[in-house]
Design a protein around this ligand. Structure first.
Ligand SMILES: [Zn+2]
Length: 465
């Protein structure tokens, strides 16, 4: 039985979903600047969820939006002296490239705010009709005091809201905590026509109205980073309940934890954000994806270059272990570890730990059992979106290569010469029947991205794989 932690009830719940249709919405990126690692984590961990639900034979409809108009986008486009649309298109491409490299399943729909302006306007009209919103000289605002259940998701108080956050300071709002649904445009800013004046939608309203337009008034699972709980998701709830007071908006709220960089949260204000695509280029998307698998999605996750390197070597071990077998669900133990861990709020960290215990004990197994173990491990990793095929990343610097080969007294000239000498040393060990040392050499060279295989040419061949 699948259990997920619902942020709204603050508890682990046995989920009840309809096999024929599970509606999932994930708050996607604001396309103002390049994706960072935190964006990668949110995309990957909820991709685990979508893939696991599909494995359990649920029919999933998955929607992830793109915020392509917003104050920050406008500001950034002015800085770069390009249009908001040009900036949005460029940054969206970077996000799509990252999603693809991370092997995230494409959403069934990927709505952009600017494609739903008509719907957003209708939604705001409804909120005004229902007396949850009012118009001023600067825009249209949601009146928070009208919604009794405000802040039930985050558990904050209204005092926290006013004192603890940067509340917009438009002077004509009724209350400082009211938030904008529609902002009238300043000179030179992009705008759309509306019954109240030319302007653009606020950020929160796009998610409520796009969810309703695409998925309907009630959805099963709403996902996002836990930095979105307040104010974004509180405001989505306020809007949706304001427009449709008798409908349940979301059945399960899921939030992923943040990444920490040497104990600090990664955020724009801390200035410690690294670009996601840099790591993908350096390490390959599968390694970055594997890094996210190592932590349960709700936990804060420590990030460092060393931890990423460690993920790379663990993943390489796994690739090595499952080499040459087909993915097949043969070993019951592996399947039960997989399902039990995933059923327990997608505990991928526990799954990895338990699977590696089996791998470490695998030496004792007879041939067929070992093969079944390998096949099943490959199978569950395939389910979670890992191909377990090593890619040529060519990412080692010359200095690193010199250092590596130096340990075997090989003077590095070029990669062919050095690897051939390495292979000769290893072959002489095998001739002396020192298979243990030979195996160690084979393992160690994996660290620089090279796997040596038994081949026909001169007894040996090598390839960067
Ligand atoms: Zn959203």
């Amino acid at each position: 039985m699948l259990k997920l932690y619902n942020s709204y009830s603050n508890s682990l719940e046995e989920v009840e979903l309809n096999k024929k249709q599970v509606k999932i919405y994930l708050c996607g990126p604001t396309v103002q600047s390049s994706p960072h690692l935190g964006h990668g984590r949110s995309a990957v961990v909820f991709d685990f969820l979508v893939r696991y639900l599909k494995y359990l034979e649920y029919k999933v409809i998955f929607v992830r939006n793109i915020t392509d108009i917003d104050d920050k986008i406008i500001e950034k486009s002015f800085e770069e002296n390009i249009s908001y649309a040009e900036l949005g298109t460029r940054v969206s491409k970077e996000f799509h490239n990252a999603y693809e490299e991370l092997n995230c399943i494409d959403p069934d729909k990927e709505p952009k705010a600017t494609e739903f302006i008509d719907h957003i306007i209708k939604y705001i009209k409804k909120l005004i009709e229902n007396k949850f919103a009012y118009v001023t000289k600067s825009g249209v605002y949601y009146e928070i005091s009208k919604f009794d259940d405000y802040l039930l998701l985050s558990g904050r108080t209204k005092d926290d809201v006013v004192s603890g956050t940067r509340v917009e300071i438009e002077e004509d709002k009724k209350n400082p905590e009211d938030f904008a649904l529609w902002k009238f445009s300043q000179e030179d800013e992009p705008y759309w026509e509306s019954p109240w004046g030319n302007g653009r939608p606020g950020w929160h309203i796009e998610c409520s109205s796009m969810i309703e337009a695409i998925l309907g008034k009630t959805i099963d699972i709403h996902c996002g980073g836990n930095d979105l709980i307040f104010p974004h998701h509180e405001n989505e709830i306020a809007q949706s309940k304001g427009a449709y007071p008798n409908e349940k908006f979301v059945n399960y709220w899921l939030h992923n934890g943040m990444l920490n960089l040497s104990g600090k949260k990664m955020s724009k204000s801390e200035g410690n954000i690294k670009l996601l695509n840099d790591y993908i280029n350096e390490f390959d998307g599968q390694v970055v994806r594997f890094f996210f698998l190592k932590s349960q999605y709700r936990s804060p996750q420590e990030f460092s270059l060393d931890l990423l390197k460690e993920s790379e070597s663990t993943l390489n071990n796994l690739i090595e272990f499952t080499k040459g077998v087909n993915p097949e669900p043969k070993n019951e133990k592996v399947l039960s570890i997989f399902e039990e861990s995933m059923n327990e709020d997608l505990n991928t960290a526990k799954m990895l730990g338990d699977l590696f215990k089996l791998i470490n004990e695998a030496d004792a197994l007879e041939e067929q059992k070992l093969k079944d173990l390998k096949s099943t491990i490959k199978f569950v990793f395939n389910v979670l979106g890992f191909e377990l095929i090593k890619k040529d990343t060519n990412r080692k610097t010359k200095d690193e290569l010199i250092e590596f080969f130096n340990e075997y007294d090989i003077k590095f000239g070029d990669i062919d010469q050095a690897v051939n000498e390495f292979i000769n040393i290893r072959e002489s060990l095998r001739k002396k029947k020192d298979f243990n040392s030979a195996d160690k050499m084979r393992e160690s060279i994996l660290d620089i991205g090279i796997s040596i295989e038994d081949g026909t040419y001169s007894g040996w061949s090598w390839k960067t794989s």
